[in-house]
Design a protein around this ligand. Structure first.
Ligand code: PLP
Length: 379
C-alpha cells in the first residue's frame, strides 16, 4: 500500500528533536523556526513532557469518557489558571478542526441559528463546517458546501453589523491572529466592536486560538491584547506539544447537556498527561514572556532588512513579507542553512512559528542565516 499523496514533501526524514533543534536520519542538525506547524510549544522532547507521558504510558493509556478522569480535571484547573479563564468550562477533543466544529455546534445549540460569519483569508481546519466557512474554494468539496456561510473583510465593523442586523447569525468566528492566511491580526478595536455586536444581536463570538493561542503571541491568547472575552475559544496545536489534543473553553452562560457533545478519544489519559506537562513547563520556564521578548527582538531586527517589505505578528508568530514569492528563500534557508520556516497562502509571506523556548542567541543565529540568504537573493 502507498500513502495517499496529498502533502508536498521536502526530501528530509526527521528522526530526533531537542528544544529548538531537530535532526534528520543522516545526522544533519536543523534549527526549527517552524515548530512543525506551530505545534511545538515547550520545545522538542522536553524532559518533563517525556517523563509525564512515559509515567502515564506505564499506568494507563486510555479509558473512555464513561468514567471519571482526574487528569481532565487537573488539566482544566491548570489551563484556567494560566489562561485567566478559570470561570469557563473545558471540553476536550483531538484537533483544531474538531475544536472549531464543536464550538460552532455548541453556538448553534445555544441560539438555534445556523448562519456563520468568518473572515477573508481565514483557516479553521478541514472538517466539513470548518472548510465551509473559508473563502478557499480549493478545500471545499461539494459535500461541505454551506449556503449560509458569510465571509467578510477582516476589520470592517460596518459590514459586520450589516450582516448581524439581519438577526439570523449564529456565530462570528475569527482567528486570534490569522496564521495560514499570512499573519494578519484583527484590530483590537474591531474585536471589541465584534464583542459588543455579538451581544447586541445574540450571536456567539468564537475566537479560534488554535494557532495563536497557548502563549504563541506573547500572551496566553492573542485576543487578550484586545482585552475582549469571547464566548468560546478553540485551542489545539501548542496544547499538546505534538501529542494530538484540542479543546474549547466555554463561557459559563452555556448550559451543558449530556450527549450534546462527545468524542471517543478526546481527553484521553495520555493526551491529558501531555497537556498538563505543557502547561507546567509554560509556567515554570516563563515561556510566554520569552515568546513576547524573543518575538520583539526578531521583528525589530527583521525590519532592518531592506528586502523585508513587512515583518508583522506578535510573540513567536511572525510573518515576513517580501516583494516576491518567499519559496526560494525558504528553500535556501532549509537546504543551505538547515533552518525550517513556514509558508502561507500569501505567496510572498514566510511564517516563523518556532518553539516558545527559542532564545535570543538562537534567534540571532537565524537572523544571521536569514541575512546571508536575502542578501544573496535578487529581491
Ligand atoms: N484553526 C487554525 C487557526 C489553524 O491554524 C488550524 C491548523 O492549521 C486549524 C484550525 C486546524 O487544526 P487541525 O489541523 O489540528 O485540525
Amino acid at each position: 500500500m502507498k500513502l495517499f499523496d496529498v502533502y508536498p514533501l521536502f526530501n528530509i526524514n526527521i528522526v530526533k528533536g531537542d528544544g529548538v533543534w531537530v535532526w534528520d536520519d543522516q545526522g544533519e542538525k536543523y534549527l526549527d523556526l517552524y515548530g512543525g506547524h506551530a505545534v511545538i510549544s515547550i520545545g522538542h522532547n522536553h524532559p518533563h513532557f517525556t517523563e509525564k507521558l512515559s509515567d502515564q504510558l506505564n499506568k494507563l493509556t486510555f479509558y473512555s469518557n464513561s468514567v471519571i478522569n482526574k487528569l481532565q480535571e487537573e488539566l482544566a484547573v491548570k489551563l484556567g489558571a494560566l489562561s485567566g479563564y478559570d470561570d469557563y468550562f473545558l471540553f476536550l477533543c483531538n484537533s483544531g478542526a474538531e475544536a472549531n466544529e464543536n464550538a460552532l455546534k455548541l453556538a448553534s445549540f445555544h441560539n438555534g441559528r445556523a448562519k456563520v460569519i468568518s473572515f477573508k483569508k481565514c483557516f479553521h481546519g478541514r472538517t466539513s463546517l470548518a472548510v465551509a466557512i473559508t473563502d478557499n474554494k480549493n478545500i471545499i468539496a461539494p459535500v461541505n458546501a454551506k449556503e449560509d456561510a458569510v465571509v467578510l473583510e477582516l476589520n470592517n465593523a460596518e459590514l459586520l453589523e450589516q450582516e448581524l442586523n439581519k438577526g439570523d447569525v449564529c456565530a462570528v468566528i475569527v482567528e486570534g491572529i490569522q496564521g495560514v492566511g499570512g499573519i494578519h491580526t484583527p484590530d483590537p478595536e474591531f474585536l471589541r466592536t465584534a464583542r459588543a455586536l455579538c451581544d447586541k444581536y445574540d450571536a456567539v463570538l468564537i475566537l479560534d486560538e488554535v494557532q495563536s493561542g497557548y502563549g504563541r503571541s506573547g500572551k496566553f491568547f492573542a485576543h487578550q491584547y484586545a482585552d475582549v472575552k469571547p464566548d468560546i475559544i478553540s485551542v489545539a496545536k501548542g496544547m499538546g506539544n505534538g501529542f494530538p489534543i484540542g479543546g474549547i473553553l466555554i463561557h459559563p452562560k452555556f448550559t451543558p447537556k449530556h450527549g450534546m457533545l462527545g468524542t471517543t478519544f478526546g481527553g484521553n489519559h495520555l493526551a491529558c498527561a501531555a497537556g498538563i506537562a505543557v502547561l507546567e513547563v509554560l509556567k515554570l520556564q516563563n515561556l510566554i514572556e520569552n515568546a513576547a521578548e524573543t518575538g520583539r527582538f526578531l521583528i525589530e531586527n527583521l525590519k532592518k532588512f531592506p528586502q523585508v517589505k513587512e515583518a508583522r505578528g506578535a510573540g513567536l508568530m511572525i510573518g515576513i513579507e517580501f516583494e516576491t514569492p518567499a519559496a526560494e528563500i525558504r528553500k535556501e534557508l532549509l537546504f543551505e542553512h538547515k533552518v525550517f520556516t513556514g509558508s502561507s497562502t500569501e505567496k510572498n509571506v514566510m511564517r516563523l512559528l518556532p518553539p516558545l523556548s527559542l532564545g535570543k542567541g538562537e534567534a540571532a543565529l537565524f537572523l544571521e542565516k536569514f541575512g546571508q540568504v536575502v542578501n544573496k537573493q535578487r529581491i
